[in-house]
Design a protein around this ligand. Structure first.
Ligand SMILES: [Zn+2]
Length: 305
């Protein structure tokens, strides 16, 4: 069944029977629709500075306006310079905010995912469904779950550009930030959350911030998914993921971070990382975990320094 029809069916059933599982089902369908759109032929692999990247931004801007999110500053778009093929072009982060009315301390959580991927190489589109249309869909799903809720923090929903070129957007965000690093309670970053080939999702960063672990422990077993706190110890070498995605820019600035992702799979950084390879059941569970994780961190986590 086409996805749109599935959503309509879920919504019509949910119209008759109002339940949390109905609500979850509708949201999961929306997350899958976001993933499929971003990983479609039209978006051409979303390489920084490309026409496909601009289409992805158009889609994201429509989604964040529909979710009622505000620009964090004058604009939703944060430009930063990038040299590409000997020329300077503009990388473009998208930043959207949910401001807390109860937040006298003006503290922020930054919930992030990179929307760029590898583009087209040798006439093949690198769709980047898991890497990282899935994480972007996760950030949008978190925004949906917190819509209209009272939060302790201001929340920045950050869609970073240029991750595949060396975490460029995240470094630009931390460097140019209109928020002082000391006012960011934590960065929660999603990169590859849809391919649970072993039904296991990893949370990396509790080694550096041990107080996060007891807060998040209750999420282990959500929809049968094993949530493992791992891949963050220096002695693990290349299996230490601290420097492997955008959260590293925050870590380097002394900001607590937590990264959610799966282990590399056979389609990692290949043209075959496509939407039909995604495991919908795992993706649904991972979305529930990241939604709840952000809510728990907002309510329970405080920086020690
Ligand atoms: Zn990635």
């Amino acid at each position: 069944m086409p996805t749109l029809q599935k959503i309509r069916l879920a919504m019509s059933i949910c119209g008759l029977i109002v339940s949390t599982s109905c609500l979850a089902q509708t949201q999961a369908s929306q997350a899958m629709q976001d993933l499929q759109t971003l990983a479609s032929d039209r978006m051409q692999g979303r390489e920084i500075g490309s026409a496909g990247s601009a289409l992805a931004r158009d889609y994201l801007l429509k989604r964040i306006v529909d979710l009622g999110l505000k620009p964090c500053g004058a604009s939703y778009v944060q430009d930063f310079p990038v040299s590409k093929l000997g020329q300077t072009t503009q990388g473009k982060n998208i930043l959207a905010c949910q401001f807390s009315e109860q937040n006298s301390a003006k503290k922020f959580l930054v919930v992030s995912a990179h929307y760029d991927h590898l583009g087209i190489k040798n006439d093949k589109i690198y769709f980047g469904a898991d890497d990282n249309a899935s994480g972007v869909a996760g950030v949008l799903a978190v925004a949906q779950s917190l819509r209209g809720k009272v939060t302790k923090h201001n929340i920045v929903y950050a869609f970073f550009d240029g991750e595949e070129r060396g975490l460029l957007g995240a470094h630009a965000f931390v460097k140019q930030a209109w928020i002082a690093p000391k006012d960011i309670t934590a960065n929660i970053n999603f990169d590859m959350i849809a391919r649970g080939d072993k039904n296991e999702l990893f949370a990396s960063g509790t080694y550096q911030n041990p107080s996060l672990k007891p807060i998040l422990q209750e999420l282990n077993g959500t929809q049968g998914i094993k949530l493992s706190f791992d891949h963050d110890r220096p002695e693990q070498g290349s299996n230490d993921w601290t420097s492997q995605s955008d959260h590293y820019a925050f870590f380097k600035a002394g900001i607590p971070h937590l990264y959610f992702g799966v282990e590399d799979h056979a389609d990692y950084h290949k043209p075959t990382d496509s939407a039909e390879k995604v495991n919908p059941k795992f993706f649904d569970g991972a979305i529930e975990i990241v939604q709840k994780a952000v809510q728990l961190i907002d309510q329970k986590f405080t920086r020690k320094d």
